[in-house]
Ligand binder design. Structure first.
Ligand code: SF4
Length: 267
């Protein structure tokens, strides 16, 4: 792993055009979680690294304090193209430092992670006015998780993290992301987590970049039975599969009084 620990940036806050958000904060460039389906690999072109995405990390540094006035009542997401609680934050504490600056802000903060390390900052989360913490879960089987998301917390640790957040009065979210065709069983994920989850978010697997090859290889090796379905969705661009999933999620959540959001955005 190549670590650049003096990656100077002007500001931790970045204005975004992403729907329903005003600002994003990505404390790192790169992500050591190395998820097989990582949609953020395009970020490599914003760094000088020659290593593959997942094999480098830039630890962002700035002396500029976050302007909390600017984000009052604004929607801020941490993070969109890295895991803010990736294992390097144990050492560098960039996310901790950012959270200390945000603690008294009146922003609506959404934290998205796959790591139990978020519990380290429970003291700060508990002081925040508007905060929600989303743990991403796309499968419950640890063996499949290890193939798809080799370097992040186990599913059991994520479930324990959700419980602890909930017990401490923090809004807990399960981000069912990505929905991997025929592999992600979102109903079982809801059933397993609903006792300690306030809201669900859903996002489908999008394969638009180099990671398409990796995911197709994974399907060939592990689930060859679904090969033609993947061809249909991702090569022939048949949108029907995800349109049906989207509609089934809405029906299921509405019937079962589940609070949810979908981020369906094509393939
Ligand atoms: S946690 Fe997110 S950013 Fe990091 S490798 Fe996985 S999908 Fe990519």
């Amino acid at each position: 792993m190549v670590v650049e620990d003096t990656a100077r940036v002007k500001d931790y806050l970045t204005k975004t055009k992403l729907a329903n958000l005003d600002y994003v904060i990505n404390p790192y460039v790169g992500c050591p979680n190395k998820c097989l389906y990582c949609y953020a690999a395009y970020m490599s072109s914003f760094s000088k690294h020659k290593e593959e995405w997942g094999d480098f990390i830039d630890v962002k540094q700035t002396r500029k304090k976050i302007n909390t006035f600017k984000i009052k009542n604004k929607k801020v997401m941490m993070s969109t193209v890295t895991d803010p609680y990736n294992s390097y934050d144990e050492k560098y504490c960039v996310t901790r430092n950012i959270m200390e600056q945000l603690v008294n802000s009146e922003a609506f903060l959404s934290v998205v992670t796959k790591s139990k390390l978020v519990l380290r900052d429970l003291d700060l989360l508990k002081k925040m006015k508007h905060v929600e913490v989303a743990l991403s879960i796309c499968v419950l089987d640890e063996k499949v998780k290890n193939k798809l998301e080799p370097n992040s917390s186990s599913i059991e640790e994520r479930l324990e993290t959700l419980k602890e957040l909930k017990q401490n009065g923090i809004k807990s979210v399960v981000f069912v992301s990505p929905i991997i065709p025929q592999i992600t069983d979102y109903i079982t994920i809801i059933e397993r987590t609903k006792a300690f989850t306030d809201e669900y978010w859903f996002d489908n697997l999008s394969l638009r970049s180099s990671f398409k090859t990796k995911m197709f290889k994974f399907i060939d090796e592990e689930y060859p039975i679904y090969k033609s379905l993947y061809d249909d969705i991702y090569n022939r661009k048949n949108l029907q599969y995800f349109e049906e999933i989207d509609s089934n999620i809405k029906d299921y959540c509405e019937k079962n009084n589940i609070v949810y959001k979908t981020f369906y955005a094509g393939t």
